[in-house]
Design a protein. Structure first.
Length: 77
């Protein structure tokens, strides 16, 4: 698997995670139970870093060999 192929996988994962976050946000708006809303919000909070990392890694792997690409410091040794 090439890095470009990996970037597509990361983008697909990011899209799936973002879709789930949207579903959970809609569920929070629909619910009237504060405990349920709190649990749903905790799940959203847990998914947000995964979504962000997948987007960052998709960009990094897609442009890893581009000379003009400024790499993300978080993923540079």
């Amino acid at each position: 698997m090439t890095l470009l192929e990996m970037s597509i996988t990361y983008l697909d994962s990011a899209a799936a995670i973002h879709g789930r976050i949207a579903e959970l946000r809609a569920a929070v708006k629909r619910t009237e139970d504060p405990d349920t809303a709190f649990r749903l919000q905790c799940r959203i909070d847990a998914l947000m870093p995964l979504w962000r990392e997948n987007r960052e890694l998709a960009a990094l792997t897609a442009h890893y060999y581009d000379r003009s690409y400024h790499k993300h410091e978080k993923y540079t040794l």
